[in-house]
Structure formats: C-alpha cells, structure tokens
Design a protein around this ligand. Structure first.
Ligand SMILES: Cc1cc2nc3c(=O)[nH]c(=O)nc-3n(C[C@H](O)[C@H](O)[C@H](O)COP(=O)(O)OP(=O)(O)OC[C@H]3O[C@@H](n4cnc5c(N)ncnc54)[C@H](O)[C@@H]3O)c2cc1C
Length: 314
C-alpha cells in the first residue's frame, strides 16, 4: 500500500522547501519529491535574497535541505514525479523510481524549465554573462557594453529597463522585427542600435561573452547581455483532465495564495508566476503552508469535536 502524507510537495526549490519547513514545524507529515534540477542551476551566484545576496545556488539549496530535514515530520526524496491524479479526496503521486504515494493535499512548486533559442554559443554564456533578469544580475554588469537579445512586443520596455544598468546597449533581434517607427526613433535618440540581421554565433571564453557575430560577418564586441525570451515552460505540466488554465506568461492560473480549481491542489513559485525570484517563491511557500495548516487545524478541530464526549471521554 502507498504511504500516506498529509501534504506532498512536488519540487524542492525555495517555494517547495519553504512550504515543507512551515508544514513540518506545524507537525504535519510532509513529503518533498524533488528532481533537484532548478532553472537557476546555471548561475554562479544568486542575488537579491536578503541575508543571502551572492549565494551559490547549490549552497542555498544545501542549507534549505539541512533545515527541512532537521524536522522528523518532513521527508525528502530526490526523484522526479511522473504522474499525479485524484481519486475522491485523495491524490496519487508516482515517481520515476516507481514509488507511489497518497496525500490529502498536493503543492506543485516544480518551477519552469528553459528551452533557449537556437543561437550558436548561447548555452555557453547563459547564466554566466547573459541573463534573463536585471534585478538578479544587472548590478554585476552595470555600465558594461551589453547585448539585448529579443524581439517580443515589449522589447522597448525591456530596453528601457536594462538602460538603468548600462547605457552602452545594442539590441539583437535575430531577424527583422516589427518595431513601431516611434520606438525606433526613441531607441536611436538614446544611442541604442538595433541589429536585425540573424545572429550567426556568440563568441565567448569561459562563459564570458566577447562578440556577437551576425549574418553579414559583422562582429560586435559585447561583454554581457540580457535575453527576453528563454523559451520557458512548465517543468511539471499539470494533468490535462484537471482543466486548469495557464496565464499568458505560461504560469498556472490560481487564486491569490496558489489555490487551484481542484480542491487540495496548490501551485506556487515560478510554476504560478513564470518568474518569481527566490524571495517571492520562498514567501509564497511560507504563506501557503500557513493557510493550509490553518485549514487542517480547523478540520482536526471538527473531527475531535465529533469523537470526544463532554468530560473528556473518547
Ligand atoms: C539564469 C537564472 C538566474 C536567476 N538568478 C536569480 C537571482 O539571482 N535571484 C533571484 O531571486 N532569482 C533568480 N532567478 C529566478 C529563480 O531561480 C526562480 O524564480 C526561483 O528559483 C523559483 O523558485 P521555485 O521554487 O518556484 O522553482 P525552482 O527553484 O525552479 O525549483 C523547482 C524544483 O522542482 C524540481 N522539479 C521540476 N519538475 C519536477 C518533477 N516532475 N518532479 C519533482 N521535482 C521537479 C526542479 O528540479 C527544482 O528542484 C534566476 C533564474 C534564472 C533562470
């Protein structure tokens, strides 16, 4: 028979581990199933998490794991969840290692996975000198000659944002882009060139971007950059029969705290927001755990009321 847990958490990033910590401290029997392959594993350092600014992703993870596993109420297993379904009020979860578990509640905190655009050399620099998020890595590349890769409709907004960290910018759209004339003028007036030729290759050494080479053979010296579209999608797509919609950004649509339309199923962190950052992901885990435990405490209270007779007799 499959072992029962009050809560199963799919994913052990900041969102999942933080949920586990508070659930464990609430005396709840919790299982974290984690493939241990977070999207930020490519970076050398994570920034912006107060008290952990500049921490290595693997160190952040190790500290989190040591904290949750200190609680005997929390179990952690490194494995990938391959299936999830609901029968009555119970969730059934299976892993690639062939284990199966049952729970009353499931928290999906599996994040997103990237499928970078096919640009030669991009894999070598992604996470080392080319990044998706300026709040995470903009400070380290401030005032450097930067490339911006992208052609999405919100390109101009992205450029204006990155301009905060460096004014030496060249936009590479990797092909012709439908940019309004006013935006082109705006960019030109701010000294930002737009190169619409297809990119042939990014030349780098040890992960550090050096040049962007385009179709005509032109080579642009750039020491780093930011990329708008990293081809992200759900790391653990929810079963289709749950019929839960996705947001335009690719996150799972939920109510405020991560509650979905399937009772007992919650989604938090990047899986909900597409990109949360470590601190928000962790805080969503904390918040959800408190909400779930409160619900469970009220359920337990009701149950106790039914089975306990006045005077304390069972
Ligand atoms: C290159 C890069 C740099 C970044 N730098 C920063 C930064 O400096 N500061 C910052 O605040 N944010 C940064 N971020 C964003 C940050 O990494 C995410 O917002 C944050 O990790 C989201 O946390 P999460 O817990 O939702 O998901 P994740 O941290 O992605 O964790 C999800 C976990 O679930 C696991 N998982 C996936 N599928 C399954 C499955 N089927 N079964 C079991 N487990 C599964 C994954 O392996 C992973 O361990 C960066 C992101 C990227 C891509």
């Amino acid at each position: 028979m499959s072992e029962y847990f009050e809560v199963i958490i799919v994913g052990g990033g900041p969102a999942g581990l933080s949920t586990a910590l508070i659930m464990g401290r609430s005396k709840r029997k919790v299982l974290v199933l984690d493939a241990n392959d977070a999207r930020n594993r490519v970076t050398h350092a994570s920034h912006g998490y107060l008290s952990r600014d500049g921490v290595k992703p693997e160190e952040f993870k190790a500290v989190g794991l040591s904290e949750i596993t200190a609680y005997p109420t929390v179990s952690y297993m490194e494995t990938k969840v391959t299936s999830l379904h609901k029968e009555g009020s119970r969730f059934h979860v299976q892993t690639e290692t062939g284990d199966s578990f049952v729970s009353g509640r499931v928290v999906v905190a599996a994040g997103m996975k990237e499928e970078l655009p096919e640009i030669k050399g991009l894999q070598d620099v992604y996470g080392s000198s080319v990044f998706p998020c300026p709040y995470c890595d903009g400070w380290e590349w401030r005032d450097e000659p930067l490339a911006i890769f992208g052609s999405e409709p919100w390109l101009i907004q992205y450029v204006k944002l990155i301009y905060n960290w460096s004014r030496d910018l060249i936009v590479f759209t990797n092909g012709a882009v439908d940019l309004p004339a006013a935006d082109r003028t705006d960019l030109r007036e701010h000294g930002v060139a737009v190169v619409e030729e297809p990119i042939v290759e990014l030349i780098s050494e040890g992960g550090e971007l050096q040049q962007v080479v385009t179709h005509s053979g032109a080579a642009y010296n750039r020491s780093g950059g930011f990329i708008m579209d990293t081809g992200e999608s759900q790391a653990f797509p929810l079963p289709e029969d749950f019929k839960i919609p996705y947001t335009t950004l690719g996150g799972v649509e939920t109510k405020e705290g991560g509650e979905t339309s399937v009772k007992g199923l919650y989604v938090i962190g990047d899986a909900k927001n597409a990109f949360s950052g470590l601190l928000k992901a962790a805080s969503e885990g904390y918040e959800l755990a408190a909400v779930m435990n409160h619900e469970m405490a009220l359920e337990d209270w009701q149950l106790t009321n039914h089975i306990t007779k006045p005077g304390g007799q069972g």
